[in-house]
Design a protein around this ligand. Structure first.
Ligand code: APR
Ligand code: PHB
Length: 389
């Protein structure tokens, strides 16, 4: 088999890249090791920056998002028993965010790909990448029991944090940066209307909590927990009790409902540099991870593949390699901004331990971002997505 761009991984990064290339008339083959049902039902983040929304629309995959997504113009920060509104759009030149599950974005992209009749192979095994520093890199894999080899002009490593592409880069080339956090999030999807119209990020003595949503009927809630938390210790009643204690306010009710899904996610910051080795380009979680507090993971993946698609389009149209040569640096500027923002939101909002000095710093920072226009504006422009990077 031969294609122009071989894409490993059918998450948001791989699928969005495939779509952008399709629109530009560039061929690709997407290979994914999970089955379609798994990929379409994996619950992940749900906040799209305006730039992400615009890109999906321009790529012709925004119709259901525009019907079902919910535009938000602010968030709430809650601490010391009070809830403070941060009017994102007012602070960030009218820009807004869209609440639309990553799962839904993935479903829309898969549907569009299949409708175009373009190659997207699920349940491939034994994926390996070869000859990365030649003009004909190859992907080998097995599909339906048969060994396959795909010859490409370039390979896009969109296979997430645990994928095979990043580890295929010989040692000594990548520099990695990492921070693990001593906590995780226990997340639930509940069949109940959200109890408040915008997201609530709550700092609390018992630990952080987040109130989010997926639709007018589905709420998505999180509580800070241990990174290795055992779900068996969290019957539904305990989760609701903890959410009530961490987000409760006089005169306001958190409505409860049946819990449809439960899961624990660890928290980590990670960056691998450079995001390119020869003809292999890493994008999304394959190259970087952020803790979910800033809602940046999906948006970063989309911004990487936008840069990669533009560079590939230039290269195929005019032979110029400037975009491809600059790919890693262009992505990393934005990646590091999001790394800082996500680390900062995480550090400001979670229970870090028992150190009273840390606690006072957090509270001071929270008071500052909810009382100073300058500080609030900084949070807002990062949250809705910086346009100047
Ligand atoms: N071969 C083929 N596919 C693979 C392989 C492999 N060896 N290893 C992993 N994959 C697939 C995974 O099953 C997954 O579908 O690659 C895909 C990677 O997708 P994601 O992990 O969703 O990563 P990405 O597309 O970069 O999306 C950005 O940021 O914060 C997160 O939740 C956000 O998942 C989102 C991510
Ligand atoms: C979510 O809705 O899943 C969500 C929202 C905001 C975050 C993280 C996750 O910061």
């Amino acid at each position: 088999m031969r294609t122009q761009v071989g894409i490993v991984g059918a998450g948001p990064a791989g699928l969005t890249l495939a779509r952008l290339l399709e629109v530009a008339g560039i061929e690709s083959v997407v290979i994914e090791n999970r089955d379609r049902d798994y990929v379409e039902h994996r619950i992940r983040a749900g906040v799209l920056e305006q730039g992400t929304v615009e890109l999906l629309r321009e790529a012709g995959v925004g119709a259901r998002m525009d019907r079902e997504g919910i535009v938000h113009h602010g968030i709430h920060l809650q601490f010391e028993g009070e809830r403070h509104h941060v009017p994102l759009s007012e602070l960030a030149d009218g820009r807004s965010i869209m609440i639309y599950g990553q799962t839904e974005v993935v479903k829309d992209l898969i549907a569009a790909r299949l409708e175009s009749g373009l190659p997207l192979l699920f349940e491939v095994d034994d994926v390996t990448v070869h000859d990365l520093q030649t003009e004909l890199p190859r992907i080998r894999f097995t599909h339906d029991g048969a060994a396959q080899e795909l010859e490409c002009d370039v390979i896009a490593g969109c296979d997430g944090f645990h994928g095979v592409c990043r580890p295929s880069i010989p040692s000594g080339i990548l520099r990695t940066f990492e921070r693990e956090y001593p906590f995780g999030w226990l997340g639930i999807l509940a069949q109940v209307a959200p109890s408040i119209d915008e997201l609530v990020y709550a700092h609390n003595d018992r630990g952080f909590a987040l109130l989010s949503l997926r639709s007018p009927e589905l709420s998505r809630y999180y509580v800070q927990c241990r990174p290795d938390e055992d779900l068996a210790e969290w019957p539904d009643e305990r989760i609701w009790e903890e959410l009530q204690l961490r987000t409760g306010l006089a005169g306001w009710t958190l409505h409860e409902g049946p819990i449809l899904e439960k899961g624990v996610t660890g928290m980590r910051s990670f960056v691998a540099e450079p995001m390119q080795h020869g003809r292999l380009f890493l994008a999304g979680d394959a190259a970087h991870i952020v803790p979910p507090t800033g809602a940046k993971g999906l948006n970063l993946a989309v911004s990487d593949v936008r840069i990669l698609a533009d560079a590939l389009i230039d290269w195929y149209r005019s032979g110029t390699t400037a975009g491809l040569d600059g790919y890693s640096n262009a992505c990393l500027r934005r990646v590091w901004r999001a790394e800082h923002f996500s680390w900062w939101m995480t550090s400001m909002l979670h229970k870090l331990g028992e150190d009273p000095f840390d606690l006072q710093l957090q509270l001071s920072q929270l008071r500052y971002v909810t009382s100073s226009q300058a500080a609030a504006r900084s949070l807002a422009e990062n949250y809705v997505g910086l346009t100047t990077l």
